[in-house]
Design a protein around this ligand. Sequence first.
Ligand code: SF4
Length: 421
Amino acid sequence: MENTSIYIHIPFCKHRCAYCDFNTYARQEDSIPLYIKALINEIEAVTSLKPNPINVHTVFFGGGTPSLLSAPQFDSVLQALRAAFTLTADAEISIEANPGTTSPEKLDAIRKAGINRISFGVQSANTEELRMLERIHDFFTVIQSVADARKAGFDRHSYGVNLDLIYGLPEQTLSTWQTTLQRIVDLQPEHISAYALTLEHGTPFGRWSSKGLLPLPDPDVAAEMYEYAEEFLEDSGYVHYEISNWALDRGPLTTDRSSQSTVHRPPSFACKHNLQYWHNLPYLAFGAGAHGYANGYRYSNVLRIKTYIERLSQPSAFRPLPFPLSPATVNQHKQTLKDDMSEYMLNNLRLTNAGVTESDFRLRFRRWLLDVYPKEIEELIQNGLLECKTSEAPANGETSEVYRLTKRGRLLGNQVFVRFV
Ligand code: SF4
């Protein structure tokens, strides 16, 4: 039976950051108890539709700020999941947390409840940059939160700690970014994510930028920041396994790009949940604004907390829906083969070491990759954005072509992805 993943959205934040366009709401924490009930109702409603038992190997509480939930609230959602699905013995169960919203007692209790990976939204180690982002923490709070997480057991016997960063920030220089990376590596997290700042329409940052009021670094400097992160993190022992993600590895791993036989397996502390997305494998979604992909559907839930709670307040009135849709679903799309192949390319090419293997593509879609995307692949290789090497397929030792982003392709990923849409 194929393993599935579960995403649970917690749309509450203490304060809305100036760059954020996630589905999250400030000062609505009073609704958390009713929201938890609605989540449990949604889990039960979807489970009642499932055709067969489902193995779940990752659960991800994302947000928003999931760490605003209490340990008993996490526990009740996890109990509902355990009653509804078969959680594998080694399931990765992650939460996103904001530094300063996790007391030692809470960390201890959620670790005991079964959560075994924590991802802190650090963004920067520079006080001025954090202030510009309107984050509620400073870097001393990060140091304390990571120390508390370690004491609670988020360590190398679990799936450890991730620290999220953003680069290309207003007023940021290459030098402040270098200091941030050094301070982050000093904390020895198992996993590091670094995303470029994107200016989203409708956010204060989007508005200030369109009026020329946001002192952003030059795009060439932002590219230098990315290249510096690639070199510095690899020199610090982190394996660059996805465009924006690095992780420690327990065992030997071939990362030599010139090698004709490159190991495909991700590093030990790679995020299993995100690998499910990047491998275009199924995940169920619960919560306001959550997006899922399962049973041939891409689907998403209603955004507003109040409407979400209302839609799930009377489970007895639920009419049967196709699995995995729920009364909260507002968008659903039945995937075509073309959709799946296109998304497979977009997602798998993000994996800098693994890339897209011809034999895996053929196994999944029963089509030759070069028959489906001949022109796209040829042009991307000619333009130096994609490279092709012969490598061993992981399962049967059969040699197969592997397509990966080049160094330039990693910087200009969107120019690659758009060719497969
Ligand atoms: S803490 Fe995260 S989710 Fe919440 S407003 Fe800030 S960026 Fe958005």
